[in-house]
Design a protein around this ligand. Structure first.
Ligand SMILES: [Zn+2]
Length: 269
């Protein structure tokens, strides 16, 4: 797992598998000095990465986290409870509905992944206490606020988290420089395009953009990924399977995602 400090209050942890990004954010109070709050957004994937998380935060001088947040309900973003079993998991109300409507989906996703990679875990994933957050909305953290913005299209649920004072956007599974847009198959194309337009002004306000998977982006690179993705969605709509993939994202796995996107278009009609 790779750790990078993006700001005194923001730590980026990138899992060695799937390049999943986990972000830890804290805010410190002036009075009483030194006290504050912290949240862990999304999660690394490997058991040893999750085990090392509490110690790593302590070493970095971060307070013990007060809660977990998930950008969306895909299993690879929901593993925070394996590192911090006592904490509640906050998510968009759209994610809460999804998790309640499809119980066991995350556990199955994790189990299949672990089976494929022969990963052993001490116990099953329990999502524990879930808290649906109004999105768009704001979440208090010490004397600061996180902005929560709705996302959709990759899945039907989700939120992006803007850490305004640090100039960091945690985008969820959007704006990845290594993955093409992966679209949920029921009307996801329009929702995805709308999400990108909603993210555009947020990107403009940030120094750093963190996608769910793949490298950290500066504002300029994030804007160009956004434009490339808008272009890809337009071609996908007009040309279907013939649509050209964004440059630098044309490998085998990306072509497979593209084929899934094309198949999804068919099922939406
Ligand atoms: Zn993901």
């Amino acid at each position: 797992m790779r750790a990078q400090a993006l700001h005194p209050d923001v730590l980026l942890l990138t899992s060695a598998v799937l390049a999943v990004n986990c972000v830890v954010v804290r805010a410190t109070l002036q009075e009483p000095a030194g006290e504050g709050e912290a949240f862990v957004i999304d999660s690394p994937v490997l058991p040893e990465e999750l085990d090392s998380l509490p110690g790593l935060l302590e070493q970095a001088g971060f307070p013990e986290p007060d809660g977990l947040l998930a950008t969306h309900g895909d299993w690879d973003h929901l593993l925070g409870r394996l590192a911090f079993p006592g904490l509640a998991l906050g998510c968009a109300e759209s994610t809460l509905s999804r998790l309640q409507a499809r119980p066991g989906e995350a556990q199955r996703g994790l189990r299949d992944f672990d089976e494929d990679l022969m990963i052993e875990r001490p116990g099953p994933l329990a999502l524990g206490s879930l808290q649906g957050l109004p999105v768009p909305g704001r979440l208090d953290i010490a004397d600061r606020e996180l902005e929560l913005h709705p996302t959709g299209g990759h899945t039907e649920d989700g939120m992006a988290v803007l850490i305004g004072w640090a100039g960091v956007l945690v985008a969820g599974d959007y704006l990845s420089a290594s993955e093409i847009p992966s679209i949920h198959d029921h009307g996801g194309l329009d929702a995805y395009a709308e999400t990108l337009e909603r993210l555009r002004p947020l990107v403009e306000r940030c120094e750093h953009v963190i996608p769910g998977h793949g490298p950290l982006l500066d504002r300029e690179r994030a804007s160009s990924v956004l434009d490339e993705d808008v272009g890809y969605l337009q071609r996908l709509r007009e040309q279907g399977s013939q649509a050209q993939l964004p440059e630098g994202r044309r490998g085998r796995v990306q072509r497979r995602l593209h084929a899934q996107n094309v198949a999804g278009l068919g099922s939406a009609q």
